[in-house]
Design a protein around this ligand. Sequence first.
Ligand SMILES: [Zn+2]
Length: 200
Amino acid sequence: MLALDIEITPFSNPARRFKTKGIWDTGATGSVITQEVADVLGIKPIGKANVNTVGISDFTTDRYMVDIFLKADVRVQGAEVTVGKIASDMGFHCLIGMDIITLGDFSITNFEGNTCLSFRLPSRHQIDYVLQMNRELDIVKQHFNSGKNVNTPCSCGSGKKFKNCHGRDWETGGVPKIVLRNYRKLRCIEDFRGAQSRGN
Ligand SMILES: [Zn+2]
């Protein structure tokens, strides 16, 4: 489970705060709080909403407007949330849904066995592993197709030897075929390309 310490306040009123853990939930279209959060903050519903969550059939619930502080200086202002059941006995009172996740860039990487969840607001650029792999592969192909070897400067123009640059992470052995075979071990998928629809 991916969770982080957050604070929820009434919309534009940081005087009252609810500290809890927010669960990043890509299966939730909209963000969710527990009734306890609304009660403690003393906020009034702004309307009703029909909610469709993965595994839970359609139900009607109250809608609230809150500010969510993902960190002290990272505020999602005026987030429209619905009320739902969360594992509050475990200290979780908020699901951070796709309405918030799609405001920025969100990644989970596991390099060298270390899981790193990272999020930034606003979005800065696209990370697309397929595109990245294909670009790297183009450089490797270009390098060998022009008759260079692992000790000549890399075709990306970095000035480094190929074996210390784009040939670095692969058992090149100076043989193009081996490089290409190793590249094929790298597998990528891509999803959610193009515009992401927002809202409940
Ligand atoms: Zn290079």
